[in-house]
Design a protein. Structure first.
Length: 246
């Protein structure tokens, strides 16, 4: 097998899972991973044969099946679906002809009149086939603008300056801080409540001073006045679900 490949594994009675296989010179043992999106990866040391890898997968089929049952089902961006935006459920509305009277671009948010049962909505103009991409682009732009503003706010409280602020679709972490003072965040944070966004940004801003998770680091985070424990509980319970959208 080459440095990267794939294997098929039967889990349960009627389900077959594709497993991405990577060989690594640094790997000391076989490692089976499952991320929040349901992607399965098997990491192999260089000397491991395909037959041994297959045996390892079969031995862990039950473990993998139980974990896959907990992976949230994917929810595509489509008309009439609902997604959380800043922690509030919004219904997606397709508007083929746009909104010429208000001229707010290809995506805009509408708040219902007081007393109506329907909640807030996100309206997307243009052809239906462009809806997923346009909504994704809009959410990323909103995340980039919002996270940059909050980053500068918390950094200023610590007497620091932020470098570049970027957004990506990261799976293993919600944010990161480089040694140069650049901050990077998962754009899906824009789907979370404000108190969660505040915590993640404050966390990365504190790394501008302490590039660790020492007691001094956590004191800096708490100094910024965010609801740390509540946000951590929310992310633990709900964070993986944010990766189901789109």
């Amino acid at each position: 097998m080459s440095a990267a490949g794939a294997m098929q594994l039967s889990v349960g009675r009627d389900r077959t899972v594709s497993v991405t296989v990577r060989r690594s010179a640094r790997a000391q043992r076989l490692i089976l991973r499952l991320d929040q999106t349901g992607t399965v990866t098997l990491v192999l040391p260089l000397g491991v044969r395909d037959a041994e890898a297959q045996s390892f997968l079969k031995a862990h089929a039950g473990w993998l099946e139980s974990r896959l049952e907990k992976v949230p089902e994917r929810l595509a961006f489509a008309a009439d679906a609902t997604i959380p935006y800043r922690g509030v459920e919004h219904r997606i509305r397709h508007r083929p002809t746009g909104n010429p009277a208000q001229r707010r671009g290809v995506v805009w948010r509408e708040q219902p009149q007081e007393g109506l049962a329907e909640g807030p909505e996100l309206h997307i103009a243009g052809p239906a086939e462009h809806l997923p991409r346009r909504l994704t682009d809009w959410l990323k732009a909103e995340a980039r603008r919002d996270l940059a503003t909050r980053s500068r706010h918390y950094a200023a409280q610590l007497g620091r300056q932020v470098g570049r602020v970027t957004v990506r679709d990261t799976r293993s972490r919600w944010g990161s801080c480089s040694s140069k003072g650049d901050l990077s965040f998962c754009w899906r944070l824009i789907l979370a409540p404000d108190f969660v966004i505040d915590y993640v940004v404050a966390h990365e801003a504190a790394h501008l001073i302490e590039m660790n998770h020492s007691i001094r680091f956590w004191r800096l985070v708490d100094q910024l006045g965010v609801d740390r424990q509540r946000a951590q509980r929310w992310l633990k319970a709900n964070g993986p679900r944010l990766h189901r959208y789109g």
